[in-house]
Design a protein around this ligand. Structure first.
Ligand SMILES: [Zn+2]
Length: 379
């Protein structure tokens, strides 16, 4: 009986194929009519063939091959097909699915780094790749692909990577995070503050783990990314000075980035080094009340440094050192927004170095910083 049904399906498919390969949507409808008479397809299968006209045809073909030879190849093909569908497969001339398309002008935000394409298909050209939290105006959404406007033109982003801006948590505060240092230091000089004659290296190479060999610039980015995720989950808007090691951004430029963004707090993530391997613990850095460049921000910087230090010690159980008040830091002196430098621990201390390299401890460090920011803002 089953074999007989398959032959009928096969003949029907052949008949449909011979009747011409015009618009695939029409084919699907024709298919559906004949199959309805045959009444061998369930309602579910009929729905599928309506939504995915080409897939439905392929399904019937597959059934035929399967009946003639149960070889491993066809099974493998099915498996690999299903693994590839991270972004949907699309027809030869990709367009949105008209039957499911919703038209609306709405502000959306990307939930991860994602490709903006020229057509709703993973085979189409990538117009640009945008970072997480990029904003667009969406005009259409068929549930799989969304049309967005870029400079008056229409481009496409997979809908699963978009979220309505109105549904994003937002507590109204913007935090800028600077993952200290970078892949290669830059010894060129820059003034240590606005109008200063004294200069310092644009950005030094930082320290490294005495046991782990981890570079400070690697550790600071690992923890900064965790802090970003934690803060965003708590409703903060976050901007990162860097998300890459291969950058060249001086300390004054990092401050300018936070100033231009209008940060409510600027948190600069570093790790410490010492000649004495026994030295360990967390400290934070702020300007003195007599800072000639930005002393008017002293109270805010001091309180931010206190809140962050206390919360980090609470979260990690690490040794609490102190708040270091100094006017020697270019990345502080150039700030027009409240700033603190966090020295998360000593990479020259064997135990602290190994602890800081661990994922779990890094989470505690990030959580501590986030708690400190919450305390500073009174959240
Ligand atoms: Zn550093």
């Amino acid at each position: 009986m089953k074999k007989c049904r398959k032959w009928i399906v096969f003949l029907l498919v052949m008949a449909v194929m011979l009747s011409g390969c015009g618009n695939s949507g029409q084919n699907a409808n024709e298919n559906q009519k004949t199959e309805k008479q045959d009444s061998s397809l369930s309602n579910k299968e009929q729905e599928d063939s309506l939504l995915e006209p080409e897939g439905a045809e392929e399904e019937s073909k597959k059934e035929n091959t399967d009946s003639s030879s149960e070889d491993e190849n066809s099974e493998e093909k099915e498996v690999s097909d299903s693994q590839e569908t991270i972004e949907p497969e699309s027809p030869a001339v990709p367009t949105l699915n008209e039957q499911t398309t919703v038209y609306a002008r709405e502000e959306v935000v990307t939930t991860s780094s994602v490709n903006v394409r020229t057509a709703p298909s993973t085979d189409s050209e990538v117009y640009q790749t945008v970072s997480r939290r990029s904003e667009f105006v969406r005009t259409k959404d068929d549930g799989t692909w969304s049309a967005v406007e870029v400079e008056g033109k229409e481009y496409y982003i997979a809908s699963e990577f978009l979220q309505l801006k109105s549904e994003m948590p937002d507590n109204g505060y913007l935090v800028v995070i600077d993952a200290g240092h970078q892949g290669k230091g830059n010894s060129e000089q820059e003034p240590i503050g606005p109008g200063a004659s004294e200069t310092k290296a644009k950005v030094s190479s930082g320290t490294s783990g005495c046991v782990t060999g981890l570079n400070e610039y690697e550790l600071t980015l690992m923890v900064s990314l965790k802090l970003q995720a934690e803060l965003e989950a708590r409703g903060y808007q976050v901007m990162m000075v860097r998300t890459d090691h291969d950058v060249n951004i001086s300390n004054s430029e990092r401050a300018a980035f936070a100033n231009d963004a209008g940060a409510d707090a600027f948190i600069r993530v570093h790790a410490n080094g010492s000649d004495q391997s026994s030295e360990n613990g967390i400290l934070t850095i702020c300007p003195t009340s007599a800072n000639p460049y930005m002393g008017s921000l002293y109270n805010q910087c001091r309180r931010l440094s206190e809140c962050v230090l206390d919360a980090m010690v609470n979260a990690t159980g690490a040794n609490k050192k102190y708040i270091w008040e100094t006017d020697t830091m270019s990345g502080i002196n150039w700030c027009t927004v409240p700033v603190t430098i966090v020295e998360m621990g000593f990479m020259t201390n064997p135990e602290e170095d190994q602890k800081m390299a661990q994922d779990g401890y890094q989470n505690q460090l990030a959580e501590g910083m986030a708690n400190g920011l919450d305390a500073y803002f009174g959240n």
